[in-house]
Write a protein that binds this ligand. Sequence first.
Ligand SMILES: [Zn+2]
Length: 400
Amino acid sequence: MDFDPAAIESLNWLDDKQDSMLSLIVELCDINSGTYNLPGIEKVRDRLIEEFSTLGGELKVVDSQPWMTVDDQGHSEEGKSGPILHVTKWPDAETKVMLCIHMDTVYGADHHFQKCVTKDDGTVNGPGVIDAKGGVVVMLNAIRTLEASPLAGKVGWEVILNADEEIGSRGSDQFIRSRAPYCDAGLLFEPSLPDGTLVSWRKGSGNFAFIVRGKSAHTGRDFAKGRNALAALSRLCVEIDELNTDPDITFNVGRINGGGALNAVPDLAVGRVNVRVVDTDQQKMVQEKFAGLVEKYNELDGISVEMNGEFSSPPKPIDDGVRQMQSRIESCGQQLGMEIKWRGTGGASDGNRFAAAGLPNIDTLGPRGDHIHSDQEFLIPESLVPRAKLAALVLMSFGS
Ligand SMILES: [Zn+2]
């Protein structure tokens, strides 16, 4: 791959930006934006509108779709995610790149982890510093670099900042899938692995709820008339756990709710399971197994079973499109003196969703750090400028 020397030159704009990038990350992380903290999400979004509106694209706030969930009493309830920030520029360019990352974090408003602290070793510990507010800022600066370069206008781009990735993008999934066909490639800014390794393939992930209903009865007077939903669910969960025979496919019975007074036969129990698969054949196999189990348990006298859920993140395999993206990123890395390494992971991201919608993407272009989803989450500030340069060069490579 040949790079325009003027494009390479324009990357120097980033050389002294580490401090300003870091201070914006700290400012964003000090505002709580746990997925369910909608006022906090709005504050972060408003701050990001200020930043992204300087890029000169068309900026819109798009409502998330309401989504359904099952509560511990087996009732369906509607869930709501914060709105999506959507920016587009140069829609008539020959090549268009999707840039996406999330504004929400796993830390709710009542979590004890709320503020950033700089550690003695220079790393910054804070909620969302790499997952994914660091990624937001890397993305922003990569686009700024592109727009200040001679390739501005030659690459069309689209930004999606969603507010519910940490709960499986329940409310933004539809919008993500609807925008995928408008782009040729996707760059997502989840954190890279601590040593800078990028993620190649990802497992698919699905959450399922099994709602089991039986018949309540007094254990002393009428025990024989009762039908124990909790006992039936327990047997069902053991059968699901016993499906763990192949390390590629994992079934985690994560939660069971049910029962109450010990002198009453429980008439309701809800079990929740997370499943991870490597490919769509496995996904189909799991769906068939679950359908079979539901049928089997529905045949029990006085017991009814209902299953709710799906693979909200389909598997993201390495296909030709991903391979092309990998070699593009390796060439850009080489130009910058970075060796790019790859690894697969069991964790899912919005990259899975774009892949399922046919958009090849690489989803770990964010900064380096570690311990996401814990109060030990930290960012390595020295990774900010190199990551922004890499993303900017990848963007430019689509215009030359
Ligand atoms: Zn996360």
